[in-house]
Structures are given as structure tokens and as C-alpha cells.
Design a protein around this ligand. Structure first.
Ligand SMILES: Cc1cc2nc3c(=O)[nH]c(=O)nc-3n(C[C@H](O)[C@H](O)[C@H](O)COP(=O)(O)OP(=O)(O)OC[C@H]3O[C@@H](n4cnc5c(N)ncnc54)[C@H](O)[C@@H]3O)c2cc1C
Length: 368
């Protein structure tokens, strides 16, 4: 029922704008409005804070179905989970109430600020600092590649509080867009997910009350990594949705397009490509849903499974969307058809929340 409901909404209210959002590289406001009106913008927020209380699998299905028509729009529910999960996992009850309530209501989105210009895969090499000043912390630094920066009201920011301890000297904070000293860089000009704003976040002597720290001092990096164990599954869902969207489009096209006097769908070479695409998508789906169940239960092998789902599903998304372009021939290579957008959008799923090389490092360290 959830899948049917999200699919109908996505096809009616999000799909019609997907091409324009990509072409104009603009925020998908129509998608945010539609998702918020239907309480699908941050489904993971627990009911006690006014949220939908969706479990990990339900959240995956929402993201998958939105990504099937518009990958940029699927980053609304996905990044709301990424940004807010540190608070849900490690924040005080007071912090959860204060920030999960407006997120659930649709009064403010959440972003996640880990990466920096010189600290990507090696996130613990970050330079952003937080220095204690009485009942306040003062933050200085630059966060890079922040999804939905400028649009979100709230930002989970990881910063160094004790430089002598590397990852154990990093703490997490909630920073608000309206805090003095917060500003944003120009939107990055990207290959895909052009409707999702990616900007730098500048923190210039941002003075925030000490109770905005998420969890204890020095636990920020552990919280950031624990968060990714759960949210990599949402990127797998995004990849899965993009791949399914490309297969669905190609499946329809090959029945219509005629060459050599018959629909190209009649050629076995085409049928085998479609069979392989569907097979890979189904394998990615099973891995992703199983990982979501592990996320919900907090199973001890979640780190491996989350990395495996993200890595596998994103590689599948890249292969399937590339094949979808191939199935449309020259037409697939133009912006008159959606599969070239899907191919460009698929690429990012192999890069963010840890590149697929990093996923392999994570898997190798946590072999089942
Ligand atoms: C559109 C977009 C949105 C993003 N959104 C966010 C966000 O909201 N919040 C956030 O915090 N970050 C975000 N990121 C950052 C993203 O997570 C990083 O780009 C990613 O982790 C890689 O870091 P890097 O770009 O610095 O690449 P690098 O770390 O410099 O990597 C370069 C290459 O080296 C490889 N490499 C690095 N280390 C190893 C190793 N040990 N073994 C093998 N290969 C290795 C990488 O796989 C990659 O191929 C976003 C990025 C993009 C492009």
C-alpha cells in the first residue's frame, strides 16, 4: 500500500517536473510541497515527535519510489534522515524534541556536514574546530559538498574539539541556518542530481549554546559513522529507484520502436539485455531490503550489509542506466528522453556517503 501510494504521488506530482528541475538545475519545490503535504518528507521521524514513525524498510520504499521518477527529489527524504539521524541516535531527549518536531511538521529540513575540502574519504582528517567558551561552543571552518545546504534550516556539523585525539576528538553539533556566522557557497555545477543543491557551508565564529552538542564530547565521529551504517541503505534505495525507472522506461520504448520491420523488443539480443537489467535490480533490491531489516533490528553485521547494499545497488544503477541509454540508441543520448538524466544521476550513488572503494574497505574490515 505504501509503495502504491508513493508511486501514484511521485508520478502525478514529481515526475512532471523532473526534466525541468534537471535542465534548470533548480530545487524541486513541487516535490518538497507534495512530499510534505503527504507526510513523506521525513517519514523516519518517530511518532513521539510527530513523525510518521516509518521503519527502515518503509523509508527505503519511499526513497526508492521517488528516485524512480526523480533522483534529485529523493534526496529530500534521504537527507532529512541523514541529517537528523545523529540526533535520533545520540542526542538528548531535549534535543530530539526541539529538532525532530519541526522536521516532522515540515518546518525545516536537516543536512549532514561531515566532508570538507581536504577531508573526504578520510573524514577524520577534518579541520573544522569547535572551541568551548563558557556555556557556548564557537565553531570555525568550511564544510564542503553539503546536500540541501541553504535550503535546510538545521545542520548536523562534525567538528574537532580535541585535535590531539583524531577521530576521538571530534564532536557533533546542531547548527541552525539562522545562527550568526553561518553562510553558504555558490551551488556546485554537477553532472547529475542537478535539482539537489550542493554547497559549501561556512562557519565563521558561530557561537552556539553548549546544549546543542549531540551526545558526549568526543563521540561525534562515532555517531557520524553509525549514522552512515543506517543511511547507506537509503542511498542503495535511491540507486535502486533510479535503475528501476530506467528499466521501466526502456521496457516500454523497445515495444514501440521498430527496426527491420518489427519492434526491437522482438530481438533476442535486446531481450537478454532487459533480462540482465531486471535480474541485477532484483538482486540489489533483495540486498537492500535485507539490509534495511538489519538496520531496523540493529543487527551486529549491519556495517557490512549496509556497505554491501550501497556498493552493489549503486554499481547496478550505473550499469542498468547505461544499458537503458543503449536500448534507446541515439534517442537515449538526448535530453528528449529521461534515461540520459538517469544515467547521470546514477553516477553520484557510487560516490557519496563513502565512495564504492571506501565501501569495499568497510566490507573488508567487517567480513561476515
Ligand atoms: C553531489 C554530492 C553531494 C554530497 N553530499 C554530502 C553531504 O550532504 N554531506 C557530506 O558530509 N558530504 C557530502 N558529499 C561528499 C562525499 O561524501 C565525498 O565526495 C566522498 O566521500 C568522497 O570524498 P572526496 O570527494 O574528497 O574524494 P577523495 O576522498 O579525495 O577520493 C578520491 C578517489 O580516491 C579514492 N580513495 C580514497 N581513499 C581510498 C582508499 N583508502 N582506498 C582506495 N581508494 C581510495 C576514492 O574512492 C576516490 O575514487 C557529497 C558529495 C557530492 C559530490
Amino acid at each position: 500500500m505504501l509503495r502504491d501510494a508513493v508511486r501514484s504521488l511521485a508520478e502525478a506530482k514529481i515526475a512532471p517536473y523532473a526534466a525541468a528541475v534537471d535542465e534548470e538545475a533548480r530545487f524541486p519545490q513541487e516535490a518538497l510541497d507534495a512530499l510534505t503535504a503527504n507526510d513523506l518528507h521525513a517519514v523516519h521521524v518517530p511518532e513521539e515527535y510527530g513523525g510518521g514513525g516509518a521503519d527502515a524498510l518503509a523509508t527505503v520504499i519511499v526513497i526508492e519510489e521517488v528516485a524512480r521518477v526523480c533522483a534529485s527529489s529523493s534526496l529530500i527524504p534521504a537527507v532529512n534522515k541523514l541529517g537528523s539521524l545523529p540526533v535520533i541516535l545520540s542526542g538528548s531527549e531535549e534535543l530530539k524534541k526541539r529538532y525532530m518536531t519541526p522536521l516532522a511538521k515540515g518546518d525545516g529540513m536537516f543536512s549532514y556536514c561531515l566532508s570538507e575540502p581536504d577531508a573526504g574519504s578520510d573524514a577524520a582528517g577534518m579541520k573544522t574546530k569547535a572551541v568551548r567558551d563558557g556555556d557556548f561552543w564557537v565553531l570555525n571552518g568550511v564544510k564542503r559538498w553539503i546536500t540541501n545546504a541553504g535550503v535546510s534550516e538545521y545542520y548536523t556539523v562534525m567538528a574537532v574539539t580535541d585535535p590531539s585525539k583524531r577521530s576521538k576528538g571530534i564532536s557533533a553539533f546542531v547548527v541552525e541556518k539562522s545562527d550568526e556566522g553561518v553562510s553558504f557557497g555558490a551551488p556546485e555545477k554537477k553532472l547529475g542530481i542537478k535539482g539537489s543543491p550542493t554547497r559549501e557551508v561556512y562557519l565563521d565564529n558561530v557561537r552556539i549554546p553548549a546544549d546543542r552538542m549531540i551526545g558526549a564530547e568526543g563521540t561525534g565521529f562515532a555517531t557520524a559513522m553509525k549514522t552512515l551504517d543506517h543511511t547507506r541503505i537509503t542511498i542503495a534505495a535511491q540507486a535502486l529507484g533510479i535503475a528501476q525507472g530506467a528499466l521501466d522506461y526502456a521496457k516500454g520504448y523497445v515495444k514501440e520502436r521498430k527496426q527491420f520491420g518489427k519492434p526491437i523488443a522482438d530481438f533476442q539480443g535486446i531481450q537478454f539485455m532487459l533480462a540482465d537489467m531486471a535480474m541485477k535490480i532484483e538482486a540489489a533490491r533483495q540486498l537492500t531490503y535485507a539490509a534495511a531489516a538489519k538496520s531496523q533490528r540493529g543487527d551486529s553485521d549491519l556495517t557490512f550489509q549496509g556497505a554491501a547494499a550501497k556498493c552493489f545497488a549503486s554499481d547496478v544503477a550505473m550499469e542498468v542506466t547505461t544499458d537503458a541509454v543503449q536500448l534507446l540508441g541515439g534517442y537515449g543520448y538526448t535530453r528528449d528522453y529521461p534515461v540520459e538524466r538517469m544515467m547521470r544521476d546514477a553516477k553520484i550513488t557510487q560516490i557519496y556517503e563513502g565512495t564504492n572503494q571506501v565501501q569495499r574497505v568497510v566490507m573488508a574490515r567487517n567480513l561476515p
